[in-house]
Design a binder for this molecule. Structure first.
Ligand SMILES: *Cc1c(COP(=O)(O)O)cnc(C)c1O
Length: 365
């Protein structure tokens, strides 16, 4: 079986014992030298002044929303095709998620829909998800939000290293959130996350909020504090993996281009593989999505759907009343399919994926 993702393949050739041993020798496990080192290196890598390690990507979103001033009862605007993570974070602090439709080509927030939603609803923040590794249209979206005084939160959990015009994901908004869940482009050996920001006030707020609301030890100044910290073992691993990220993203794009070339002429919508794409997931769209998925499974190729249920149609929000019209989002949920695309996927394995996909259409015409 060719898996959708293989940690073993991604870690091939990397020495993961060395970072763990560094921490064991020091016997300091939370918010120490490795976290400080990783924060400095990751901030520099993103091209942004501040990075703060937190426990996971969802916490990063929640603390970032809090830090830019979102309060209970406020609305947070986000896409509805991005796995509910932004909605989870908004709901965790008592805010209400509202949604705008996505662009049919990129499947990231449509600037026209964002402008309309901001005019209509006055959200306290907008979360822009760089879905599948595709950098959203920040050049259009950020000025719209700035003009309305609405802070922009980038969800970069799938876009470590996506870049356009010399700027990396995380360097466009007021604040950006990363997850280091093991399958992400930069993955830890467990949970982890980071908040990245150019704003000193937002960095100070997140620094306090991730540790009980402390301004100094045992002095609780920021309300809504939590315990959400990155630990030393994960930070040490992330430091050692970061120098490989650009090369690994390039490898993801090369696999995606191989797929695109091989799928030409098939009744299948392939992603545009620009250099601004971190290719976290290689996602095709087709009407007979479930049939192709079953065919691939039988042929020994794993595939998955990111994501099958739009946020506004999830069971927990169905009672909320308003149902926005999100036709592009809903069509995407019904047609997207993710194929194996990760660093270390061998050419013969990619060819096996290609043969299985082509076999599906050859059999059915
Ligand atoms: C994975 C992911 C998250 C959540 O990250 P966790 O570390 O699992 O909490 C948030 N947003 C997006 C787009 C993701 O893919």
């Amino acid at each position: 079986m060719i898996p959708l993702y293989s940690a073993a393949a991604v870690h091939e050739g990397l020495d993961l014992r060395a970072p763990l041993l560094r921490v064991l020798e020091r016997q300091w496990f939370v918010l120490g030298e490795e976290v400080r080192g990783f924060e400095a290196e990751f901030a520099a890598w993103c091209g942004v002044p501040h990075a703060l390690g937190v426990a996971n990507g969802t916490d990063a979103l929640e603390l970032a929303l809090r830090a830019v001033g979102v309060r209970p009862g406020d609305e947070v605007l986000c896409a509805a095709n991005a796995g509910f993570y932004g909605s989870t974070a908004a709901r965790a602090l008592g805010a209400v998620a509202c949604h705008a439709d996505v662009d049919a080509a990129s499947l990231t927030l449509d600037p026209v829909a964002v402008r309309a939603a901001i005019t209509r609803r006055r959200p306290a923040a907008v979360i822009v998800t760089h879905l599948y590794g595709q950098l959203a249209d920040m050049e259009a979206i950020v000025p719209i939000c700035r003009a309305a005084g609405v802070p922009v939160v980038e969800d970069c959990a799938q876009a470590h290293g996506a870049q356009r015009g010399g700027r990396r994901a995380g360097a466009f908004g007021d604040v950006a959130c990363f997850s280091f869940y093991p399958t992400k482009n930069l993955g830890a050996l467990g949970d982890g996350g980071a908040v990245v920001t150019p704003r000193d006030d937002v960095a100070a707020a997140v620094r306090a909020l991730r540790q009980y609301g402390w301004e100094a030890k045992y002095h609780v100044v920021h309300d809504g504090g939590r315990n959400s910290r990155l630990d030393e073992l994960q930070a040490a691993v992330l430091r050692d993996k970061l120098p490989h990220l650009a090369r690994q993203n390039a490898e993801r794009r090369a696999i995606a281009r191989r797929y695109n070339a091989a799928f030409e002429g098939l009744p299948l919508r392939c992603p545009a593989v620009g250099d601004d794409h971190a290719m976290h997931l290689y996602v095709v769209r087709l009407d007979r999505r479930d049939a192709l998925r079953a065919h691939l499974q039988a042929a020994g190729v794993a595939a998955d759907v990111h994501y099958p249920v739009a946020d506004h149609l999830q069971a927990v929000v169905s009672a909320d009343g308003e149902r926005p019209a999100l036709p592009v989002t809903e069509a995407a949920c019904a047609s997207v399919l993710s194929l194996p695309c990760y660093p270390g996927l061998r050419p013969d394995e990619a060819d096996q994926v290609i043969a299985a996909v082509r076999g599906f259409f050859a059999a059915r015409g």
